[in-house]
Design a protein around this ligand. Structure first.
Ligand SMILES: *[C@@H]1O[C@H](CO)[C@@H](O)[C@H](O)[C@H]1NC(C)=O
Ligand SMILES: [Zn+2]
Length: 596
């Protein structure tokens, strides 16, 4: 069984050699000239306005399906002004300096949260905590090492708890039980960031009599302390938000960390207008430490609204920040029964979850944003939410796509060319809606590690039939060009964790599947090929961000973003994929991470 993937890779390699010859040949003729010249410059000058030449033991220029371009011999590329200008194989008589390792296109995460990730790096890590004692001890350790944390103006923040692992829904009193935490202001995000758990001090800032909130839940049993979805806003309204300097620190920490796992770019799935101004300032200010390419989705100060006056489209000259999309939210998460389902949950027949917005508003918002020239990306997890998102896209395309006399509208062509509407998460989709997505060309944005993390309870929530026909599709929707990502900080940011989960449908942290008896992998029919998963973290996010002419390849005219690995990816066994360490990461021809 386990030799099968290796065989497949071997086959890819031989294909690759052929493909590479074709791929490189057109470049060869003008490069040979160029290249002697470039090497001279390389030895005498390091100014960024000059060509720089980089040679490696091997270079893979693209992960595009069908172009398995791997060179098994020394390959070089030239970089000028932050872009690749050529890729070439040096002649045997050339004396090039060959750096150790193999170069690959840099990774993009198709769905993450930059500021939250930075904040996460500066907060209590509660992922994997299995008891209230463990939570209290981690929070206490943090407080002991961060003087001032827990005061009225500097709440302790944390993320990663899960009532399933803790055995019970948390309450404010459970934090108060630790004497060193008494009286402190504490706000801890659930593992899916759809609920927060707060301390007594925080509760004391809220009115004593809290009314229920549409689209949200105030958990009242076994006691007060947890607020979900729309109900979180009453707490965040009294939270002393970090100021601009603190946020810049978060951004810098996040970017550094993301480079260390090979990321050169990300799609930031929800940035408020105020944060976008901060991003723009940092992305255009030399010395502010902005080193990762960000494709940011606008999230209005008030969720699910139309706020074109508060934002603008952005495309910085250096290609470091792009804004031309908006994020809307149709529902909550599966773990907390918050995703909106067509039929009741199998383990809670009393509920079908909840929509955060009704169908007419979702469609109206999609129309307004698209008419204003923005790509619309809708968060949808449950099959009802996914259906409403597709309805909104279809209605908008019918409204906005041109039709010529005598010709029917080609909604799919119009969507792929001009709008590229996406569904963020796309987790549970009714079979008939999978067909509609295909007909319309709707792009799924998928997080492979969500599938493996949720595998522990997805079957309970959904039942066998929905699990088999609707849930966590990857291979069966591959032709829709799914953008892959991690949803960091909800899941680890390392793309190799996502690639491993996509290829094996096993958890990257443990190497096994979640539910008992599925150790060979969970719903493996939906597993991706290795090459597909790599494309999902390079080519697909480029296309999902209208950046397919600039990002995701080592190719003349593209941004000079690449990673260096010690060994050839193609030689690594599937089981080892989750352990791959990136040696170097380069963005715009600048080294932003070096493991040494
Ligand atoms: C949908 O929600 C909006 C805003 O909350 C409300 O004004 C409208 O009446 C609702 N429409 C329907 C059909 O329920
Ligand atoms: Zn997200």
């Amino acid at each position: 069984m386990s030799s099968l993937p290796l065989l497949r890779w071997g086959f890819m390699l031989s294909l690759a050699a052929v493909a590479l010859a074709f791929l490189l040949r057109p470049d060869l003729k003008h490069n040979i000239n160029n290249h002697a010249h470039a090497i001279l410059q390389h030895s005498f000058s390091s100014s960024s306005s000059e060509d720089q030449t980089y040679c490696y033991e091997g270079v893979r220029t693209s992960h595009a399906p069908g172009s398995e371009a791997v060179s098994s011999s020394v390959t070089c590329f030239n970089v000028h002004d932050g872009k690749f200008t050529s890729v070439f194989t040096p002649l045997e008589t050339d004396s090039v300096i060959v750096s150790p390792g193999h170069a690959y296109p840099g990774f993009w995460d198709g769905h993450g949260h930059l500021l939250q990730y930075g904040e996460f790096l500066h907060s209590v890590n509660l992922f994997g905590s299995k008891s209230f004692d463990e939570v209290r001890s981690r929070v206490t350790d943090y407080v002991d090492t961060h003087p001032g944390a827990g005061g009225r103006d500097e709440w302790v923040r944390g993320v990663g708890w899960d009532q399933m692992a803790l055995g019970e829904m948390p309450t404010a009193d459970m934090l108060e039980a630790e004497p060193r935490l008494q009286g402190l202001y504490i706000m801890l995000d659930r593992v899916d960031v759809h609920c927060i758990w707060v301390s007594k001090a925080v509760l004391s800032l809220l009115p004593a009599d809290l009314p229920d909130v549409p689209g949200g839940e105030i958990v009242r049993h076994p006691g007060m302390g947890v607020f979900c979805d729309n109900a979180m806003e009453m707490v965040t309204a009294v939270w002393p938000r970090p100021g601009a300097e603190k946020k810049k620190e978060y951004v810098r920490s996040a970017m550094k960390d993301l480079h260390s796992v090979g990321l050169v770019g990300m799609h930031d799935a929800g940035v408020t207008p105020r944060e976008l101004s901060l991003y723009e300032e940092m992305a255009t200010t030399e010395g502010d430490g902005w080193s990762l390419r960000v494709y940011a989705m606008i999230e209005c100060a008030e969720r699910n609204t139309f706020c074109p006056e508060a934002v603008q489209k952005v495309e910085t000259d250096n290609g470091m920040l792009h804004v031309r999309s908006v994020k809307l939210f149709a529902d909550g998460a599966l773990g907390s029964w918050g995703s909106a389902m067509l039929e009741p949950y199998s383990d809670r027949p009393d509920t079908t979850g909840s929509l955060l917005v009704n169908a007419s508003t979702l469609t109206a918002l999609t129309n307004s944003w698209a008419a204003a020239g923005y790509q619309v990306n809708i968060h949808a997890i449950g099959d009802r939410a996914n259906r409403l998102a597709i309805d909104a896209f279809e209605s908008t395309l019918k409204n906005l796509c041109p039709s010529t006399p005598g010709n029917e509208q080609d909604l799919r062509a119009c969507q792929l060319e001009n709008y590229r509407f996406r569904i963020e998460h796309s987790q549970i989709i009714h079979p008939s809606d999978q067909v509609r997505m295909r007909d319309l060309g709707v792009i799924p944005s998928v997080q492979p590690t969500h599938a493996t993390s949720d595998s522990a309870y997805a079957g309970l929530r959904l039942g066998v039939e929905r699990l088999q026909k609707e849930a966590y599709r990857m291979q069966s929707i591959w032709d829709l060009g799914p953008v892959l990502g991690s949803d960091f900080p909800v899941e680890p940011a390392n793309p190799f964790a996502g690639i491993y989960a996509a290829v094996t449908r096993r958890r990257p942290d443990t190497g096994v599947a979640g539910p008992p008896g599925s150790n060979g992998g969970w719903c493996v029919d939906e597993a991706l090929e290795f090459s597909q998963a790599l494309a999902g973290f390079t080519e697909a996010p480029a296309r999902g961000a209208f950046l397919e002419g600039s990002a995701g390849r080592i190719q003349p005219g593209f941004w000079a973003d690449w990673i260096v690995l010690e060994s050839k990816l193609e030689d690594i066994s599937v089981d080892e994929v989750r352990n791959v360490k990136v040696k170097e990461t380069w963005v715009g021809g600048r080294k932003v991470f070096d493991r040494e």
